[in-house]
Design a protein around this ligand. Structure first.
Ligand SMILES: C[S@@+](CC[C@H](N)C(=O)[O-])C[C@H]1O[C@@H](n2cnc3c(N)ncnc32)[C@H](O)[C@@H]1O
Length: 293
C-alpha cells in the first residue's frame, strides 16, 4: 500500500456510519437473494476503497524516560472495499469518484477481488451528474439498488435525490451535513447562502421554517420588522427528513446523529427506501441499525 493517495478523514462517527452501511448491505442482499432482480451497489463518493486514520501512540524514550508522541497511520476499509465484502454479494458495483488519484486507487480493488473484477465499474465523474444519468437509464423493471451518498459536505443536490426517488427501486443512505447547513443559515439574513440552500434542500420553503419575523419599536417608537434565525440542528434535520418522505416510499423515523470529537452534530445519517413493496422491511432494518450501532 505504498504511494497511497491520502484519504484521511473521520473519527468514530465514520466507523459508525460504515458499520451501519455494511450491516445494511448484508441484510439487503440476504432479503433479496431469492428475488429475480439484479442487485446493484452504487457508491457516489467512493474515495479510494480505504481510509487512513491517525493513531496516537505514546512511547517511552531517552535517559529521563520522556514520553514521545508518535502519530502513526492505520489503514481501514472504506465503503467501496466493504461493499465488495458484502455477503451475499451484489451483481454489480458502481464506484463514482471525481478525483483522478483516488480513481487509480479504486482500480486496485479489481486486483484484490479478481472474482468480481468484471462486476466493478469505476466512473470518474461528478456524483450528481452521474447518478442522475444512471437513474434515468437503468432497467428498473429488473434491477434493485442500494446507493450510498457520502460527501464531504454540501455536494449532494436535491435534484439528484429526486432522480433517485423517482426510480422507486433504490434504497439510499444519505450523509446530510447538518453542521454545514446550519452555517449556511446565517444569523444575519443578508449573509444567508440562498442559492446553496435552495440547491441542497430543493425548495425555498426553508426560509419560513428557519427564520421568524419580530416587530420591535425603534428609538422613535416606530415599529420595525426584524428577521431572526429560529432553528437548531434538530429542526434542520426534521425538515430534511420530511422532504425525503414527500418523494420516497418511506424514510427511517430518526437519522443516526454523528457527532464530532467535541460532541457537536456533524452529520445526520438518513435512510430512505424507494420501493413501495420493500420499504416497510427495509425501514425496519435501517431503524434497528440506527438505534443499535
Ligand atoms: C467522505 S469521502 C468518501 C469516503 C468513502 N465513502 C469511504 O468510506 O471510503 C468523499 C469523497 O467524495 C469525493 N468527491 C467530492 N466531490 C465529489 C463530486 N462532486 N463527485 C464525485 N466525488 C466527489 C472526494 O474526492 C472524496 O473522495
Amino acid at each position: 500500500m505504498t504511494n497511497f493517495t491520502k484519504q484521511l478523514f473521520g473519527g468514530s462517527w465514520t466507523e459508525k456510519k460504515l458499520e451501519i452501511l455494511k450491516k445494511y448491505l448484508d441484510a439487503y442482499n440476504k432479503a433479496l437473494k431469492k428475488q429475480p432482480f439484479k442487485r446493484v451497489y452504487i457508491d457516489a463518493f467512493a474515495g479510494t476503497g480505504y481510509r487512513q486514520q491517525r493513531k496516537r501512540q505514546y512511547k517511552i524514550r531517552g535517559f529521563f524516560d520522556e514520553l514521545e508522541q508518535d502519530e502513526s497511520r492505520q489503514f481501514l476499509k472504506g465503503s467501496a472495499k466493504l461493499s465488495l465484502e458484502a455477503s451475499p454479494s451484489f451483481h454489480r458495483y458502481i464506484f463514482i469518484e471525481s478525483d483522478k488519484n483516488k480513481i487509480n486507487e479504486l482500480e486496485k480493488l479489481r486486483k484484490e477481488h479478481p472474482e468480481k473484477a468484471k462486476q466493478i465499474e469505476i466512473v470518474r465523474s461528478d456524483a450528481n451528474e452521474s447518478i442522475q444519468n444512471y437513474c434515468n437509464n437503468e432497467d428498473w423493471a429488473n434491477t434493485r439498488a442500494v446507493l450510498f451518498l457520502d460527501p464531504f459536505a454540501t455536494e449532494v443536490e436535491w435534484v439528484t435525490i429526486e432522480a433517485i426517488a423517482k426510480t422507486r427501486c433504490i434504497d439510499v443512505w444519505i450523509l446530510f451535513p447538518v453542521m454545514a447547513v446550519n452555517r449556511l443559515l446565517a444569523k444575519d439574513p443578508q449573509k444567508i447562502s440562498y442559492d446553496c440552500l435552495n440547491r441542497i434542500l430543493g425548495t425555498r420553503d426553508w426560509f419560513e421554517n428557519f427564520y421568524k419575523t419580530r416587530t420591535l419599536d425603534d428609538i422613535f417608537g416606530k415599529p420595525v420588522e426584524i428577521v431572526h434565525k429560529a432553528c437548531d440542528f434538530k429542526r434542520i434535520g426534521e425538515f430534511y427528513k420530511e422532504r425525503l418522505k414527500t418523494i420516497f416510499s418511506g424514510a427511517a423515523k430518526k437519522p443516526k446523529i454523528l457527532y464530532n470529537s467535541r460532541g457537536c452534530p456533524l452529520f445526520h445519517f438518513f435512510f430512505a427506501a424507494g420501493n413501495p413493496k420493500g420499504a416497510p422491511i427495509a425501514i425496519r432494518i435501517a431503524e434497528h441499525l440506527i438505534r443499535d450501532i
